[in-house]
Design a protein around this ligand. Structure first.
Ligand code: COA
Length: 705
């Protein structure tokens, strides 16, 4: 017999076992109806003398994956999660959580308040709130340490990672791990509990296990390094420390207070914004969600250079057979060696096993013959950034590829439409712009040409996800989004040197803001020869001041190529730590004198604003031109690609937080100081300020070009 207790909760009776079935797609989040339905289910269970055990079971892909993030910005509706948890905890008959998929956040808190937990062997467990700038607010921090020990719980709560069923069983989080039909297993388990007297076990009754108090200080310093700038991980340690010395219910109240405070914090708002933004970015603005990508079972990579190798490793890591095409056997031999070496490095670090290395290498074939590409589904072209070289590759591909095969170019700045025009089937053509090192960097800019077919675009997005990347669809524009905005920050960093700032001052301001590395330390890492070559390639399109701002060329000419020569903007010793070098100070002083810039004191605020606002202004132009579909896409690009701190939500989110009127005013001020051509506010900023809006509260922007 079954009966509906709430819209998303239904009840089933199996003899003495009552099952509450949660059905709230897509991830069974604890929306109001789920909380209310489960409270009703507990009431029904308590009132019905015929049923002796209750099991909570979820349909669909997962057990409860947490609080409903969409409800965070709305007023809280009773019953709150804490009320449900109290009811589960207080119940005089045993309740069993039957877990598959992921039991996360509030979902795990529900499970912790039950008497027993049984799970499928594929299930995973975690308290990921910290990743959203939050902490558990319904008993997670007071129950989990009691069940699995303070150290284990502290790691899970302060870092937000997941553990697998086997480990959960070992740690005491789960009572039984099963395979097969979870519902049937849960009923059998409940019957066993009933047969053994129906004992209720309350985690809240357990004592706090003893632990080494040194642990807290060690964890604090570990977290300070690993999560620099994030507030919630440190607060997790505070909460755990508090719970070890405080009675259960008082500690639970304090936990709830802290969680509520964090929901309103700027860091949490930024991290929640990014959670939604990353998922939104997967939706191609004008391609219906039901357009399916083409099947990709075999891929070719053209070009065995640094990018081609990184892309090949990425594909192999995802289990895809790859044909790597090069011009000569020698270049392919070299690439094979480099790919093997990189994978061996992964084995050494324990990321993959020696057997996995063999399997990956078995997926790879190398060839100089285009004919062998007749059965590939997708080709990623990663040859020299030269239109003619790429065209000649495309003409060879056109002769051998099947009609449905997709050609994706990894160009970083060539015109995507011009490239598409040179293939026989432009509808099968798009860009997949990986970042170096391609096997490490998460960001993938998929680029649409004006003729790319919708299912081709869907394929590049699906493949990006399959490769473990953060794919974002961008439109036609020089440098696309990430590099185009970066070039504005780089320009300002150079101008600031020219006007009187020191490299270490600029780097310190930007790392102080939250970037993992400053622009000059980064240039030393990339190599001044590489920077000088990139400059030379763009020279004809630069303004006169940019052309004359040739500090990079001067450093390269002086043999200061960066870390690889032990000197660049900084000096490097054995420890590879950058040290200030008076010789750079002299080089800059001479440059300023030659170019007629009197040295002036530049404030940290000016450095920060010029570097960041130049990027934000460019971001606005990118949206205006339709080269990015949404402001939030730019936030995803910069946080997953170039180290914009996630707790600041991305450049466009940050701009909204600062306030566009303030940004516009600063842009006008720097227009006067540096030049209109660099800082004139974008039309979109003018418009949004006039309308009293921000980037994110705006209606949809024009479709991508
Ligand atoms: N509340 C509301 N919606 C949620 C959600 C939550 N807690 N978790 C996921 N969703 C939504 C996503 O926004 C997405 O919606 P969309 O299809 O409209 O874009 C959908 O569920 C699927 O999520 P997605 O992340 O794309 O699926 P997945 O299978 O890759 O991953 C999870 C599933 C549960 C592992 C992942 O969504 C996750 O980690 N969720 C957050 C869990 C969490 O932080 N809980 C604690 C909250 S305090």
């Amino acid at each position: 017999m079954s009966q509906t207790a709430g819209k998303t909760i239904s009840l089933e009776r199996h003899g003495p076992v009552l099952i509450a079935i949660v059905d709230n797609p897509p991830v069974n989040a604890l929306s109001h109806s789920v909380r209310a339905g489960l409270v009703d289910a507990v009431t029904e269970f308590e009132n019905d003398g015929h049923v002796k055990a209750l099991a909570i079971f979820c349909v669909g892909r997962t057990f409860i994956a947490g609080a409903d993030i969409r409800e965070f910005n709305k007023p809280l509706q009773e019953p709150r999660l804490g009320t449900l948890i109290e009811r589960l905890d207080a119940c005089a008959k045993p309740i069993i959580a039957a877990i598959h998929g992921t039991a996360l956040g509030g979902g795990l808190e529900v499970a912790l308040a039950c008497s027993y937990r049984i799970s499928l062997d594929s299930a995973r467990f975690g308290l990921p709130e910290v990743k959203l700038g939050l902490l558990p607010g319904s008993g997670g921090t007071v129950r989990l340490p009691r069940l699995i020990g303070v150290e284990n719980a502290l790691t899970m709560i302060s870092e937000g990672g997941q553990i697998a069923a086997g480990s959960a069983r070992e740690k005491g989080l789960v009572d039984k791990v099963v395979a097969g039909d979870l519902k049937a297993e849960a009923i059998a388990f409940a019957n066993e509990i009933i047969a053994n007297g129906g004992r209720v076990r309350r985690t809240s009754d357990l004592p706090v296990p003893s632990f080494d108090t040194e642990l807290l200080a060690t964890k604090r310093s570990e977290l300070a390094k690993k999560f620099r700038g994030f507030t919630a991980p440190q607060m997790a340690v505070d909460l755990i420390e508090m719970m070890t010395r405080t009675p259960f219910s008082e500690a639970a109240e304090e936990e709830y207070r802290v969680c509520k405070e964090l929901i309103g914090s700027d860091q949490s708002k930024a991290l929640r914004h990014l959670f939604a933004a990353e998922r939104e970015a997967l939706k191609i603005s004008d391609v219906p969600a039901d357009v399916k990508g083409r099947s990709v079972e075999k891929v070719a990579v053209i070009g065995p250079g640094v990018m081609g190798r990184g892309i090949t490793i990425t594909l192999l890591n995802a289990g895809l057979p790859v044909v790597l095409v090069g011009k000569s056997d020698a270049s392919l031999e070299k690439a094979l060696g480099a790919i093997r070496k990189a994978l061996e490095g992964n084995v050494k670090r324990g990321a993959i096993t020696a057997n996995e290395l063999i399997l990956r290498m078995d997926l790879l074939t190398v060839t100089t013959a285009y004919e062998s590409l007749h059965d590939v589904d997708l080709v990623i072209e990663a040859v020299t950034e030269d239109l003619e070289v790429k065209r000649s590759v495309f003409s060879q591909l056109d002769m051998v590829l099947g009609k449905q095969a997709i050609i994706a170019t990894n160009t970083s700045f060539l015109d995507i439409d011009a490239l598409a025009a040179s293939v026989v089937r432009p509808e099968n053509f798009a860009g997949m712009h990986f970042f170096n090192p391609a096997n490490i960097m998460k960001l993938l800019e998929n680029v649409r040409s004006s003729r790319s077919a919708p299912d081709v675009l869907a394929t590049t997005m699906a493949l990006g996800k399959r490769l473990g990347k953060v794919p974002v669809m961008v439109g036609r524009s020089e440098g696309f989004v990430a590099n185009r905005m970066l070039s504005k920050r780089s320009r300002e960093a150079q101008f600031l040197l020219e006007e009187g700032a020191a490299p270490q001052q600029v780097d310190k301001v930007l790392t102080g803001f939250g970037f993992p590395i400053g622009p000059f330390a980064l240039a030393d890492l990339a190599g001044m020869d590489v920077m000088a070559a990139a400059r030379a390639a763009r020279l004809a399109r630069m303004t006169p001041r940019e052309q004359r701002c040739d500090i990079v060329d001067k450093l390269a000419a002086a043999g200061r190529l960066g870390q690889k020569t032990g000197a660049g903007y900084y000096l490097y010793g054995e420890d590879r730590k950058p040290k200030q070098d008076p010789a750079v100070g002299e080089l800059l002083a001479t440059h300023r004198a030659e170019r007629g810039f009197p040295q002036r004191e530049i404030s940290d605020q000016e450095i920060l604003e010029r570097c960041l606002y130049a990027m934000i202004n460019e971001g606005a132009k990118i949206i205006e031109e339709g080269a990015a579909a949404r402001a939030s896409d730019i936030d995803v690009i910069w946080t997953s690609g170039f180290g914009w701190p996630t707790y600041l939500g991305g450049p466009m989110f940050y701009a909204d937080q600062i306030g566009l009127p303030k940004i516009k005013q600063a842009l006008e001020q720097y227009s006067t100081l540096v030049g209109e051509e660099y800082f004139k506010p974008a039309g979109l900023i003018e418009q949004l300020v006039a309308e009293g809006r921000g980037f994110h509260a705006s209606p949809p922007f024009p479709p991508l070009k």
